[in-house]
Design a protein around this ligand. Sequence first.
Ligand code: GMT
Length: 380
Amino acid sequence: MRIGISCYPTYGGSGVVATELGKALARRGHEVHFISYALPMRLEGFHERIFYHEVPIVQYPLFEYPPYDLNLASKIVDAVRFAHLDLLHVHYAIPHATSAYLARQILAEEGLYIPIITTLHGTDITLVGQDPSFEPVVRFSINQSDAVTAVSEYLRRQTEEHFRVRVPIVVIPNFVDTERFRPLNKTHFKQALCPNGEKVLVHVSNFRPLKRVSDTVHVLYRLLDRGLPATLLLVGDGPERTQVEQLCRELRVDGHVRFLGKQEPIEEILAIADLFLMPSASETFGLAALEAMACGVPVVSTNAGGLPELIRDGESGFLCEVGDVETMAERAYRILTDPELAETLKHNARRRAVSHYAIEHVVPRYEALYEAVRARQPAS
Ligand code: GMT
């Protein structure tokens, strides 16, 4: 098949999922065309069946805000016409599903029908999508899609509750490359970062307020207070960065925190982690936690959104109430001071990632959906 994929190319789970899916589809013999305003972050290297169509962002004195959605729709039209795409798979509804719909309407005038599969990821439904300034457009674009998927049961329910959707929503969970993300021995790296045998806590996010990055610092503070030597590695960057740095200084734990910025490859960092922290206020799936689990790292997270679908409380990590840093710190302390418990959680985390979320189990579900959508496609 010739598949067009549109996604955000920046640091974020939906772009990661879209890119990893595209790469996997190409390995399985499909031709994949990424359509975005920049090269997706994980689209490194060269593959004979992967193509990239850059959407130009046209500046014009009248445009205080350049209309990216229209540039994207035009680029999709161009890719469908000249690369003869069979279908479009768009990730994150805003604006991708809407631009895809517009492109489909334009192409229909030429007698071409391009089916649209929309994958809902998170705040396109749970936060920004529900804002009245987006809501009617999001609902319309979802309803116009030929198929809609959600990354968790939680997200499916949220979409059905908040949007009057007419199309059935298929849950296809996120996935992980369990070969790339696997337990690795990086003793030298660990010794360099933690020369005194400190325990390593890792958090990865785009530092938006809903990620509650400050809570990781409060957890660290409590661990140090209980006399446990520990280092917190903060991976990623975003709007909360300055505030988190400030908190580290106020709590006098700045010497125990390393801001690593937007790092790839994350698996090298996860290889030295004793614990992964995800204190999010909302999370439809929690891809970063899944990548940690695949590396055999236990997770202490909140019980928000879709996280209980991913993490089994007491088996592959621990779930806590949002904002309850006391309990998070207590669970973290238990894991970091009880080698037997840590070993069990590590083993279970890796096993769950492999048995439920391995890329080779999940990608065929998208392929089956593509086939089903094409089978009911109107003749063009
Ligand atoms: O919706 C967002 O906040 C952004 C989105 C992204 O592009 O990173 O994240 C969502 O999609 C990820 C991939 O499916 C999920 O793993 C994240 O849980 C989800 N984020 C939220 O729900 C906050």
